[in-house]
Design a protein around this ligand. Sequence first.
Ligand SMILES: [Zn+2]
Length: 216
Amino acid sequence: MNAPSPAQDTAPMPPLARHLIEAGDHFIGRLQQGQRLRIVDLEGNQAADTLFYNACDVAERYSAVDTVREQGSLYLTTGSVLRSTLNRPMLRIVDDSCGRHDTLGGACSSESNTVRYALDRRHMHSCRDNWMLAIAHHPEYGLTKRDIGHNINFFMNVPVTPEGGLDFAEGISGPGKYVELVSEMDVVVLISNCPQLNNPCSGFDPTPIELLIWRH
Ligand SMILES: [Zn+2]
């Protein structure tokens, strides 16, 4: 694997924090209202399976259904407002050099590995396992497995066919592409940098992503 390319070139000012998330690894952290989060697809065609929670009450969390309905569109990109289960704005996508992100396809799990691929893939590492590991290692966020819901797959390409089907297609992202969000409330961010080896969305080769956070 190549060394991850630094994202400094695209950063307009020094960030408050930056985190490299290795291929197949996870991240959990807090983002304050008004802070900016940029997720960088360092090598391209990676999927960042992401969940957001209201940091003050994690029972309120990202809702794909409310987001899709209110924006009247299936894909997420610049201008998309990510809505909560109470239909409140959580974050807003303010910049997007990839162009489109999926919120329909869901995350990989040991169960989906067996259904989509083969029975002998059950043991393979999955996004659901990654999230579970993150919340088990960080009980301070107050999350349990009941809080794992539907998610956003940043950089993942799941086009809807004319017949209304979902197609897990080859990625449309590329090295250094990023998506940038501004938080509309204090949120907990939970990311699985997808370890999936069976899905063309990540080119069958999971790679690192980077998070950059600015105060405003
Ligand atoms: Zn995954």
